[in-house]
Design a protein around this ligand. Structure first.
Ligand code: NZQ
Ligand code: ZN
Length: 384
């Protein structure tokens, strides 16, 4: 196991009705900016619940943070918050609203052009604190220090990580997610699954706890995912999905282990280029990346085959092949496509993606630094 430093300061308020406690978490006399998406929280009652829990607190609202939150929109919220002297933010929505709020929080006090933070040309020195009421289990953003922001102008989608991006608290009430359409529930299952594989399907470093935790999340998703899709208001299966998503990307399973993240890096490019849902890009790329990388990931793929898919010990190549096929079938069983052409995005954009990675000096990529331009082309060719 590699050395690591682990600290996660996010307070989780999990379960039915926990929104009623949020005013205890926000300093008295704060001026709060509520940050929201396109309106789902008005329809499902979450907005009313939040506003009633915030009675007596000075509150203004910013609406319209879109899926794959866009810099240009977020800067409007930054201007509003600066003009109104906001000193606390409350994100109410899915991962996009939470990510967008993370950016707003560091951008408000930033002296230069806030896009520098995303480009890693500037480090925020202070931030406006924020909490979150999550309505979509998927990204883990509610308990991590990352955010992914898009810029329309340049068709870019880039991640930033910073300790300021940890929420002060997050409310995870599974009931808030009951109104999700099945497609978004399925997206959440796949996104969480791939967060785990990015940290688990690399090469062995004798990290028994991290491996067993990862496998437990993957098994829980395989068991609970179909259950929650079959009964969209079943509290227990949804609660398990919500907690899987949070545990999948709060830093715990990534402690002291090699990490990949190339499925996500390619996926972000596909979203920036074709506007595909984040999880949809992952469902297409992961099985092909595992196939192209099957030699360097061999030890972990065999372990994954045995422990997650219960594939009996036999010819190891066959075990790997079956485990990858099962992964693909699992994504398809949830209703996601595993080929770009099925999504109306069959155009070969390998060169564009490879050029971008080259310009950012990212190649070769992956935990073994063996994903060359050639291999990325191969993954994309298999994905069309
Ligand atoms: O905007 P509203 O009207 O709220 O509708 C949203 C949106 O259209 C809707 N929705 C959310 N909660 C709902 C609901 N509809 C009905 N009932 C509810 N309870 O769902 C749609 C998608 O929401 P979005 O927030 O975009 O989805 P998700 O949570 O999957 O977030 C995706 C974003 O997170 C980034 C992705 O790249 C993408 O930009 N990620 C962030 C990560 C992080 N911060 O660590 C890691 C992830 O890998 C990921 O990259
Ligand atoms: Zn993701």
């Amino acid at each position: 196991m590699d050395n690591f430093i682990f600290q996660n300061p996010v307070k989780i308020l999990f379960g039915r009705g926990q929104t009623s406690l949020i005013s205890n978490e926000i300093p008295k006399n704060s001026k709060v900016l509520l940050t929201c998406g396109g309106g789902s929280i008005r329809k499902n009652g979450v907005y009313d619940e939040v506003v009633s829990a915030m009675k007596g607190i000075d509150l203004i609202e910013f609406w319209g943070i879109e899926p794959n939150p866009v810099y240009e929109t977020l800067m409007k919220a930054v201007e509003m918050a600066r003009a109104e002297n906001v000193d606390y933010l409350l994100a109410v929505g899915g991962g996009s609203v939470v990510d967008g709020t993370k950016f707003i929080s560091v951008a408000i006090p930033y002296k230069g052009d806030p896009w520098e933070i995303i480009q890693k040309k500037g480090e925020p020195a202070v931030a406006i604190p924020f909490g979150c009421v999550l309505t979509l289990p998927a990204t883990g953003s509610e308990m991590n220090r990352g955010a992914v922001i898009s810029r329309r102008e340049t068709k870019e989608k880039l991640a930033f990580h910073n300790d300021f991006a940890f929420p002060k608290f997050s409310v995870l009430d599974p009931i808030h997610t009951f109104s999700l359409p099945p497609k978004q529930v399925a997206n959440g299952i796949v996104d969480t699954f791939v967060h785990v594989t990015e940290q688990y399907l690399t090469f062995p470093v004798d990290a028994a706890i991290q491996d067993r935790f990862s496998e437990s999340i993957l098994c829980a998703l395989i068991e609970e995912g179909p259950k929650t899709l079959a009964n969209l208001t079943d509290y227990n299966s949804r609660a398990n999905l919500v907690w899987s998503a949070t545990m999948g990307l709060n830093g715990l399973i990534g402690c002291g282990v090699p990490q990949d993240w190339v499925t996500h890096q390619i996926g972000h490019e596909l979203t920036a280029y074709f506007g595909l849902d984040h999880a949809q890009t992952l469902a297409v790329i992961l099985p092909n990346l595992l196939w192209v990388q099957r030699d360097s990931k061999r030890g972990k793929l065999i372990q994954y085959a045995r422990r997650v898919w219960n594939i009996p010990q036999e010819n190891e190549d066959k075990m790997i092949e079956t485990a990858i096929a099962n992964t693909k079938s699992f994504f398809e069983s949830l209703g996601l496509a595993t080929h770009l052409s099925k999504l109306g995005a069959g155009e070969d954009i390998s060169e564009i993606i490879v050029n971008r990675f080259q310009a950012r000096k990212l190649l070769p990529m992956g935990e073994s630094k063996n994903l060359t331009a050639e291999r990325i082309r191969e993954i994309l060719k298999l994905s069309i």
